[in-house]
Design a protein around this ligand. Structure first.
Ligand SMILES: *Cc1c(COP(=O)(O)O)cnc(C)c1O
Length: 400
């Protein structure tokens, strides 16, 4: 073990996170302490939408840090007001929309869970529906909405009355009754391996939620902020949720989360029912304005769509690849064998960062700014990694 790994074992909580010691980033590349350069196609888990050390990001952090950083939630700031108005506009909430700014995805979902309570408690309804494979975060409330055993079971008892629903329209129809206060859905499940929902599922969830007076809450922590080539993934489905949560790419690497409400759901919270000391601070808000403003000004969503399509078409021809899932620059690459962990490792050895959310899926979530050079470098290194792993499989395991 190298020195830094010894330090990490001695001083950091034993939760993993020791893949490399990274010291610098620029554009779509990061460097470790030995000077090795990596192409970063994970982007800090779908966060660094402008890449690393983008001039717009650096300028916004520097300017706002030198102006006003933190004021508490007793006060408002121009940056916070600008961000709230921008998010309402991008989400298409109309006048009735409201925004709360938090510091992370789990916090945004925690507040959305409280929104479900405020709504349900008006009529004594406490059931919250979540989907199989959902990931909504790690705090106790958000964790209670996250069915994965390894995440949740050590922390039982969870918040009660959360029911898990399968990914079919029939399962959805069966799960809805008049005890349901809300349903939480990721339009594409990122942590589950970039899993899409069946056709018509979100539209049906919208109809059933409306019919049963339940809230449709979309967790767009991973899919939002332009990641799938539209500002919000729900905009691909022609529906309007009652609330949507954001984090990850919204701050381009600055920690920030948000919950946006639509319609009557905007009137549920009142003074005293929620807040955050850091939430909506001028620094985070200014950076998010700069990042989102740059994506708009440069029409980077067009690049997200074009590069996403290009990458998906190109990886189809590589060894072990059986297909792709996702939208825009949130892509799951499926493999013919359960070797995603080995592929991830082989990629890192060749200077490429990707991740393996399941045993047969590689996830990529690169910056919205990638161009020809990054795509070519990715295909070269990823192809090498796949080829190396394919060559270790016994002939009978090798696909025809
Ligand atoms: C990452 C993620 C979260 C949790 O966000 P944190 O910022 O890690 O708390 C919640 N929901 C989804 C869909 C995510 O991808």
């Amino acid at each position: 073990m190298s020195d830094w790994q010894n330090d990490a074992s001695r001083d950091l909580m034993g939760l993993g996170g020791r893949l490399a010691l990274l010291i610098r980033g620029e554009g779509s590349h990061v460097w470790d302490a030995d000077g090795t350069r990596y192409l970063d196609f994970l982007g800090g888990i779908a966060v660094n939408c402008l890449g690393h050390a983008h001039p717009v990001f650096v300028e916004a952090v520097s300017r706002q840090a030198a102006t006003l950083t933190h004021i508490s939630n007793y006060f408002a700031s121009p940056a916070q007001l600008e961000l709230a108005a921008r998010l309402k506009r991008l989400a298409g909430t109309g006048e009735q929309g409201r925004v709360f700014l938090a510091n992370s995805g789990t916090e945004a979902n925690e507040m959305a869970f409280k929104l479900a309570r405020l709504h349900g408690n008006k009529s004594g309804r406490t059931t919250v529906l979540v989907l199989d494979g959902a990931f909504h975060g790690r705090t106790m409330g958000a964790l209670s909405l996250t069915p994965k055993a390894i995440y949740r079971d050590p922390f039982q008892p969870a918040v009660p009355d959360v029911r898990t629903v399968g990914h079919s329209i029939e399962a959805l129809e069966e799960a809805f009754d008049d005890s349901v206060a809300a349903i939480f859905i990721e339009p594409i499940q990122g942590e589950a391996g970039v899993v899409e929902l069946p056709d018509g599922f979100l539209q049906r969830a919208r109809e059933l939620a409306t019919r049963h007076d339940a809230l449709l809450i979309l967790d767009e922590v991973q899919t939002g902020s332009g990641r799938t080539g539209v500002w919000f993934a729900f905009q691909r489905f022609g529906i309007t949720p009652d609330a949507v949560t954001l984090a990850k790419s919204i701050g381009g690497g600055f920690p920030l989360g948000a919950m946006i409400t639509f319609g009557a759901a905007s009137d549920l919270f009142y003074p005293g029912t929620h807040n955050s000391t850091f939430g909506g601070n001028p620094l985070a808000s200014a950076v998010a304005n700069a990042v989102l403003g740059h994506i708009e000004d440069e029409d980077l969503l067009a690049n997200v769509n074009a590069r996403g399509a290009e990458l998906r078409a190109a990886v189809e021809g590589l060894p072990l690849v059986t297909g792709t899932r996702g939208a825009g620059l949130l892509i799951g690459i499926t493999l013919s064998h359960p070797v995603a962990a080995a592929v991830r490792e082989a990629a890192q050895e060749r200077g490429l960062i990707v991740n393996a959310p399941t045993e047969d899926t590689i996830r990529i979530a690169p910056a919205y700014t990638i161009g020809d050079a990054e795509v070519a470098e990715f295909l070269d290194l990823f192809g090498q990694a796949l080829g190396a792993v394919a060559s270790t499989l016994t002939p009978t395991e090798t696909p025809a």
